[in-house]
Design a protein around this ligand. Structure first.
Ligand SMILES: Nc1ncnc2c1ncn2[C@@H]1O[C@H](COP(=O)(O)OP(=O)(O)OP(=O)(O)O)[C@@H](O)[C@H]1O
Ligand SMILES: [Mg+2]
Length: 593
């Protein structure tokens, strides 16, 4: 305790009244701001350092009770109030809340506890500044975390550049919400996170152990790849560090980091996105558009009969005769389903390729490569600017669903021998029982498995999900996909939000509004990064949904500056105010722990 005390600098004030929710401190007249952090060392019982955050300041006079009298006198008899001793009379009274306290454990580390105790009477109080920030870093180590760099701890208006805040890698396989009004700095923060993920993977690769992280970022503004608003060139610049002839490119970036519907691609690691109609199952369409029960039954029946060629059959009007073995379907039902899949017609979509081996239309899809990449720790952005909303939604759904199914198959496989079969069955491909399902995709995955691109087997054993990367699917402008009306029963995103963590797959939801996101999804968020929010209703919703009590932070949500956020998480004891740095200013530094 003594060595830390020595580093705290000059005392700021003395603790006056206190209870476990609010403290009052008397201090000299100094420049202060709401949100300032204070440390209160105390020896009551055990040596502890309490953390305290100011929520309110007031100017008071030492011996005078009524400031109004002093002001009146100053106005009428100004000179007499310039007396030196008057300055000594000026004090500030600050009120605020206890965040908790740090206590040294037997292992020599500081643990953090929520405020269940109080510091002693009249304890000295120290203001946290850049000069004594090392003390904060040591005391709060358990809260600041390690892994993916997010920003710097914010004390009042000051970002403490020696106190970086991290998000643990496992947070990515749980669900993350990033909320803030337009222009608040969400996209900039995401660039910072993306760069941190690359650095983190680099470190895992270098150490030769640990779990990598993977990201599939749906980017409707096409900003992440080249970061058009800044001086740095987005992910393009981040990956340019990895020489593509070298091992680091192959282990961190290959085969691609950027997928786009544009045709003009010249750079290594960028690829034209094409998925096959054969990758789409009825459940994908059901989860993005409205189907009646009859239409659902019909779509399922066509699929169970024709498998991966079901959409081709529907589009060509050649659904065969044997499809009506069970119930017969009304022509209206059939044509309604045909209409619903018509956006997948050739000429209507640049993304989905047709598939019919009988007429030499082979399986053409990057889906197998996307899955293998995500299973190997890759950060991939998908530029969806040229996609329709429906295509974007479908692409995201198909990738998320297939990954989810494969991980489920992996979990249920007992041995490397049964894995192939589990994969095929999970994709509905079961030749022994006459079911085609997603045969082409399943065969591609088996090939990838055998070539080692799909890393599900190691040393002859099936790997555990805990050995695979934490995968996150990031959805910018989330309300367009995850709003309550859109999110239908059976949506893969609802499944992932409920069970994704078991399979190491998480969602990141980016939105200007908290209220526009489906409640089921909101309630499953584990990490919330909340920036300034535009109105009362949004702030209320954010506070309601936060994983930690935001009591005392309400004001901040209104006044925070660009890139400032309150981070709450179920794995943390306190909300942490952070300042994300500007991505442009984030030159390479040791921000990975
Ligand atoms: N951490 C930061 N520090 C300083 N300035 C920032 C920071 N983050 C963002 N800004 C500034 O704010 C601008 C808008 O930021 P950004 O595009 O990240 O906002 P956004 O929340 O994504 O907005 P939208 O909801 O409209 O997409 C940036 O161009 C940048 O100038
Ligand atoms: Mg943005």
């Amino acid at each position: 305790m003594e060595d830390l005390l020595g580093k705290l600098g000059n005392k700021f004030g003395v603790l006056a009244e206190s209870d476990t929710t609010q403290l009052k401190v008397m201090a000299k007249n100094e420049d202060v701001a709401v949100g300032d952090l204070f440390i209160i060392p105390s020896r009551r019982g055990h040596a502890r350092f309490y953390f305290f955050r100011a929520t309110q300041y007031a100017n008071v006079m030492n011996r005078t009770i009524d400031m109004g009298d002093v002001a009146r006198n100053k106005l009428t008899m100004d000179d007499s109030y310039f007396a030196d001793d008057l300055n000594d009379e000026k004090l500030i009274e600050l009120k605020g809340m206890l965040l908790g306290y740090a206590q040294k454990e037997v292992n020599g580390k500081w643990s953090f506890h929520r405020p269940r105790r109080l510091p002693e009477h009249l304890t000295e109080v120290y203001l946290v500044t850049e000069e004594n920030a090392v003390v904060v870093r040591e005391l709060l180590a358990s809260q600041l975390g390690s892994g993916i760099f997010v920003g710097y701890l914010l004390a009042g208006e000051k970002a403490l550049s020696s106190v970086p805040v991290y998000m643990p890698p496992h947070a990515l396989s749980h669900h993350i919400g990033v909320f803030g009004r337009t222009g608040g700095g969400k996209s900039n923060l995401l660039m910072v996170l993306i760069e941190s993920m690359f650095r983190y993977n680099e470190k895992v690769e270098l150490d030769g152990n640990g779990r990598k992280v993977s990201l599939l970022a749906i980017d409707p503004h096409d900003e992440f790849c080249t970061w058009p608003s800044g001086q740095r060139n987005g992910i393009e610049e981040i990956v340019s560090k990895y020489d593509f002839k070298s091992g680091s490119w192959n282990s961190l970036v290959a085969p691609f980091y950027y997928l786009t519907a544009r045709d003009t691609i010249s750079k290594e690691g960028q690829r034209r996105i094409r998925l096959s109609r054969a990758d789409i199952g009825p459940q994908d369409l059901l989860s993005i558009m409205e189907f009646t029960d009859q239409q659902t039954a019909f779509a399922n029946q066509i699929y169970s009969f024709h498998g991966e060629r079901w959409i081709n059959r529907l589009l060509s009007g050649d659904i065969g005769e044997h499809t009506g073995e069970g119930a017969a379907f009304l022509p209206g039902t059939i044509s309604a389903v045909e209409r619903r899949v018509s956006f997948l017609r050739r000429g209507q979509t640049q993304i989905f390729t047709s598939y019919d081996p009988e007429i030499d239309q082979e399986y053409e899809s990057v889906l197998p490569d996307i899955i293998c990449a995500l299973e190997s720790g890759r950060i991939i952005t998908v530029d969806t600017t040229l996609m329709t909303e429906l295509e974007q939604f479908l692409v995201t759904t198909v990738v998320a669903r297939t990954l989810f199914m494969l991980r489920k198959a992996l979990k249920s496989a007992r041995s490397a021998e049964t894995l192939e079969r589990e994969i095929c069955i999970s994709l509905g491909f079961d030749p022994e029982n006459g079911s085609t399902g997603m045969r082409a995709f399943a065969e591609s995955m088996i090939e990838a498995l055998n070539e080692g691109r799909l890393p599900y087997v190691r040393n002859g054993e099936v790997v555990r999900i805990e050995e695979l990367p934490h995968v996150n699917v990031l959805i910018e402008e989330a309300p367009s996909v995850l709003n309550p009306e859109r999110l239908r029963f059976g949506s893969i995103f609802r499944d992932i939000s409920r069970q994704g963590r078991k399979f190491g797959i998480g969602l990141t939801v980016i939105s200007q509004q908290v209220t526009a996101i489906d409640h089921g999804i909101l309630s499953q968020l584990n990490t919330e990064i909340t920036m300034a929010l535009g109105n009362e209703a949004e702030r209320k919703e954010a506070i309601k949904n936060a994983s930690a009590d935001l009591y005392g932070f309400e004001k901040e949500l209104q006044v925070m500056g660009k890139g400032q956020a309150i981070m709450t998480a179920s794995y943390r004891d306190v909300p942490l105010p952070v300042q994300a740095p500007l991505f442009d200013s984030l030159v390479e530094r040791g921000c990975i722990r």
